[in-house]
Design a protein around this ligand. Sequence first.
Ligand SMILES: Cc1cc2nc3c(=O)[nH]c(=O)nc-3n(C[C@H](O)[C@H](O)[C@H](O)COP(=O)(O)OP(=O)(O)OC[C@H]3O[C@@H](n4cnc5c(N)ncnc54)[C@H](O)[C@@H]3O)c2cc1C
Length: 436
Amino acid sequence: MVEILWFRQDLRLADQPAVRAAAEAGAVLPVYVWDEQSEGVRPPGGASRWWLTRSLAALDADLRARGGRLLVAEGRAAEVLAGLARETGARAIHATRQTEPWWPPVEARLAGLLRLHGWPTLHPAGAVATRTGGPFRVFTPYWRAHVAAGAPAPPSPAPAAIRFAEVPDGLAGRGVPRFAPRWAAGFAGVPGEAGAGAALAAFLPKLAAYGARRDFPAEEATSRLSAHLHFGEISAAACWHAAEGREGAEAWQRQLVWRDFAHEMIRQHPDSHERPHREAFAAMEWTDAEAEPGRGWLAAWQQGRTGYPLVDAGMRQLWRTGWMHNRVRMVAGSFLVKHLGIDWRHGERWFWDTLVDADLPNNAMGWQWVTGSGVDAQPFYRIFAPVMQAERFDALAYVARWAPEYRSVEPVNPIVEHRAAREAALARFAAIREGG
Ligand SMILES: Cc1cc2nc3c(=O)[nH]c(=O)nc-3n(C[C@H](O)[C@H](O)[C@H](O)COP(=O)(O)OP(=O)(O)OC[C@H]3O[C@@H](n4cnc5c(N)ncnc54)[C@H](O)[C@@H]3O)c2cc1C
């Protein structure tokens, strides 16, 4: 019998429960549905498309090496998959669970056929809960409960052999699309499962220094696994277990748990990329980007022309490589929201379009964190000073690399002056506090 294997953000063969289940059940028909039409779907941004199409090509190559191939279809996933099941007489559709809020209605329409396996996170949804069974709102107790819940299940290897179904005539589908936004020439990373494994292997020798060096943007001290994890080219459990027992593991595993926390947040607040968790922030009077003095500020931020070396270096690293160091994401994000007073959703959307690791849970949580509107966030009144951040984290070499016209980390012709911008941000915040 034919078993449809529906790939989503789980583009790998190892430690992939749907792959295992389909291979054990019968003849496997691997499919990816390019779906931008189902209700509520948020289509990937330009940089993510670059990564995704290459990741699909890598998966197709891995399947071909085993005698199969990846069918790529386009359209509403529920209709495409139901049609495919009818035409092939498939017994079931196997998929791993996903967190993005647009999936449940699609899955409901496939209910009779769909078999959901595994989770995108270290532990199943809701498994790490408060004593009363509710969700955590603050990270530190969530982390402690996570540790108490024990290590995630160890990763399993790819099936030794997969028997593939014949692809029926007329269903050959189109090939894997290639997509490159016009700014992609310098994008970094090797999409696909092999690229993910190589990134992990390259990172493990740096693990011992991770906790001490992860905040220094000039150093390549972090794993660069974010896009691989977003597209599921490696499982979070495989990352966890590769680190386990090594010096420095805990600091990194903590970041993997932040990722789980972000998934929990999206389950509780599916509109987190649009709606502040703290209601008071809905009343915030953001800078009008169309009128003076704010006209042109958003573009200056996007293009790395604010006059603040660390902010500009970060925004240009993002544009050129599709990735930005976490510390600089925090500083540049905070600058947009607090120094410029621009609505965080503009920043969220820009990151969505330009990050190769653009991820609904992590991006929404990151932006709500820098804004101070999130469930467990940096308070609004704590305002990163870009110069002090650059000094504290030795960012001069980073600035020299991405914004070489600056000779120091001091601002040059800044679009806003730090002290005045800080006062204005605090006043804006005081107004919503009084109002709410
Ligand atoms: C404003 C803002 C927006 C962000 N947008 C995204 C996004 O769209 N996609 C994304 O994956 N991350 C996002 N992050 C989180 C973080 O910056 C990146 O995950 C990290 O920089 C990726 O680099 P790395 O793989 O080398 O991380 P490492 O330091 O090696 O961490 C390992 C993994 O842990 C996870 N992780 C690390 N930090 C965080 C965090 N703060 N929150 C949740 N998970 C984390 C990621 O999956 C990461 O790959 C954002 C942060 C901010 C402040």
